[in-house]
Design a protein around this ligand. Structure first.
Ligand SMILES: [Zn+2]
Length: 282
């Protein structure tokens, strides 16, 4: 198969009422684990990188180890930049080989968000790179982006119409009550708002803050049209816990390859479970 942008895989998911998992990978091991899980299930996958992760490696270094993984994959893989609030950095990742980017101007006034998102779309389109945008505030912590609970703002339908029409984005993340990180307290999702936006949205909708939602919540949101579901925290937990479990089980084991192999399987299990669930394979 091939290295693709998000357009075809998300349109297909939207048309057939399932969702594609978008997994935040942090290094070679997590990327390889996620792609292997997708290959075993024969499903397309989106690998996402946070800005913080890309900066930790450097754009070229990170693409250097990701490109062979996506090029050799037996399923369609998109490589997506998650939550970039920086126009220049977003363009640098487009130049660096990412097939898709999210420009997150959700903390800006609507007009500024539209202007910056349009600029990214104009830059990305000729390079066949897809663009995701966001409106409203998805609360919680996503690496360096903090949105406090008190600032919670669901996307407003009238703003969404204007934003979608003026920007021409390929995927849209409206804030509907989900949160990044580990949920504290009750999760209140505005399903009616999500449904309403999906009815008029020209492009597939994205669900952020997937870790911690119940199966019923996922099912309902996918039934209402969520075509891309972001999973970040669950991957981080599987990775760190995997290492902790291995070292507890084998305190005298000093072979890093064995530690990596065990940790990779733990990450792979989490990705597999989510893809099966989002693809309605169970
Ligand atoms: Zn997010």
């Amino acid at each position: 198969m091939s290295y693709v942008n998000m357009e075809a895989i998300l349109e297909n998911a939207r048309k057939n009422h399932y969702a594609i998992g978008a997994f935040n990978i942090v290094n070679y091991l997590t990327a390889k684990a996620a792609v292997e899980a997708a290959e075993e299930l024969g499903q397309s996958i989106i690998l996402q990188t946070s800005v913080k992760t890309v900066k930790a490696f450097g754009i070229n270094e990170m693409m250097g180890f990701l490109k062979p993984i996506v090029d050799q994959a037996k399923v369609n893989v998109a490589l997506h930049l998650d939550h970039s609030t920086d126009v220049a950095f977003t363009k640098a990742c487009i130049d660096g080989g990412w097939s898709s980017v999210m420009y997150d101007g959700s903390q800006l006034p609507l007009e500024d968000n539209i202007r910056n998102t349009k600029e990214i779309v104009a830059y990305a389109k000729p390079k066949n790179v897809t663009v995701e945008g966001e409106l409203g505030a998805i609360v919680g912590v996503e690496d360096d982006i903090f949105v406090k609970e008190g600032d919670k703002a669901h996307a407003k339908p009238e703003d969404c119409r204007v934003y979608l029409e003026k920007t021409g984005i390929d995927a849209f993340a409206p804030a509907i009550g989900t949160a990044h990180g580990v949920y504290k307290g009750e999760i209140i999702i505005d399903y009616d708002l999500f449904d309403e936006i999906n009815q008029f949205s020209s492009c597939p909708l994205v669900l952020h803050g997937g870790t911690g939602l119940s199966d019923a919540m996922f099912h309902q949101l996918i039934a209402l049209g969520a075509s891309k579901v972001n999973i970040s925290t669950a991957i981080k937990i599987a990775y760190c816990q995997g290492m902790a479990i291995f070292t507890q089980m084998h305190p005298d084991q000093n072979d890093p390859l064995k530690l990596d192999a065990f940790t990779k399987e733990e990450v792979k299990k989490v990705v597999t479970n989510h893809i099966r669930f989002f693809s309605l394979m169970d």
